[in-house]
Design a binder for this molecule. Structure first.
Ligand code: MHF
Ligand code: KIV
Ligand code: MG
Length: 286
């Protein structure tokens, strides 16, 4: 097999990424991908336009992350993000996609009170925004929430390791470095799986530990700053495209420099207007 053939599955083949299917991807497709040993990409999106780009690019799973607080809403952390903000932007992402599984993050304060509150807000994201699954942070501490939401028929993605909604107690440090923390993370991951989660995000954990968790679970792991041993990888789209203002985490790879490109376009437009070279005849009506 050529390298190209190894990397690019034939059109129509049963793969999650880049497949040509017209129906929306489900959590069952994701479970099947782990059985095939297939790795898959996930990106965040926060609006219909960007989501449609990723959907057309074959990204099978799109997360409407509460990272919107940092990237789009101008907050310092994800902590202030509200259900209204999540619902509005999640609905836009669903409208912009036809094939990707869209997952909505439950924001801080929307599930910590208990399972009934969690189910109410998960249900809102499904009914009002149309997401196919929700994500919440925490293993053991979010088990009752996970169980009740799954029982209600809503797929749940768990999120372990660095959980940014706990920044005020946790900081933004690598998690699971010592033996005790590593065992706790493994326990959390197994508990999430037991409670019915369909996948687990592992954020900012040592690569060896993330690989061990991945081998120990039958549901897929989605890494971010967790090395190459997870089943899937997720990045915040504005980080990977070079659009985020300011510092981006070291685990991000930058695939474009949209901040430069967009800034250059804005300057070129401004120069045209101030210099009187835009609009031209072809942009005018008589
Ligand atoms: N734009 C953006 N990208 C993200 O990845 C992201 C958000 N926003 N908002 C929510 C959380 C916060 N995240 C963060 C924030 C900071 C670090 C950070 O400073 N990490 C250090 C490493 C720390 C260590 O070595 O322990 C780094 O240098 O990357 C990591 C993840 C990830 N999430
Ligand atoms: C980085 C991912 C996992 C996330 O939770 C977010 O974007 O909010
Ligand atoms: Mg999040």
């Amino acid at each position: 097999m050529t390298l190209q053939a190894a990397q690019k599955p034939a059109a129509g083949s049963k793969t999650l990424y880049g497949g040509k299917g017209t129906r929306r991807i489900t959590v069952h497709d994701i479970a099947a991908a782990k059985e095939r040993g297939e790795k898959w990409p996930m990106l965040t999106a926060y609006d219909a336009m960007t989501a449609s780009v990723f959907d057309e690019a074959g990204i099978p799973v799109i997360l409407v992350g509460d990272s919107m607080g940092n990237t789009h809403l101008g907050y310092d952390t994800t902590v202030p993000v509200t259900m209204d903000e999540m619902t509005l932007l999640s609905a836009a992402v669903v409208r912009g996609t036809s094939r990707a599984l869209v997952i909505g993050d439950l924001p801080f304060g929307s599930y910590q009170e208990g399972p009934v509150q969690a189910l109410r807000h998960a249900t809102r994201l499904v009914k009002e925004a149309g997401v196919g699954a929700i994500k919440l942070e925490g293993g053991e501490r979010s088990l009752p929430q996970t169980e009740l939401i799954v029982q209600a028929g809503i797929p749940v993605m768990s999120h372990l390791g660095l959980t940014p909604q706990s920044v005020n107690t946790m900081g933004y440090r690598v998690q699971g470095r010592d033996d005790e923390a590593a065992h706790r993370l493994l326990r959390d991951a197994k508990a999430a799986q037991e409670a019915g989660a369909f996948a687990v995000v592992l954020e900012l954990v040592p690569a060896e530990l993330a690989a061990e968790v991945t081998r120990s679970l039958h549901i897929p792991t989605v890494g971010i700053g967790a090395g190459a041993g997870t089943d899937a990888q997720v990045l915040v789209w504005t980080d990977m495209a070079g659009l985020t203002a300011g510092k981006v985490p070291r685990f991000t790879k930058q695939y474009a420099n949209l901040r430069q490109t967009l800034g250059d376009a804005a300057k070129a437009f401004a120069d045209d207007v101030t210099g009187g070279t835009f609009p031209q005849e072809e942009h005018s009506f008589h």
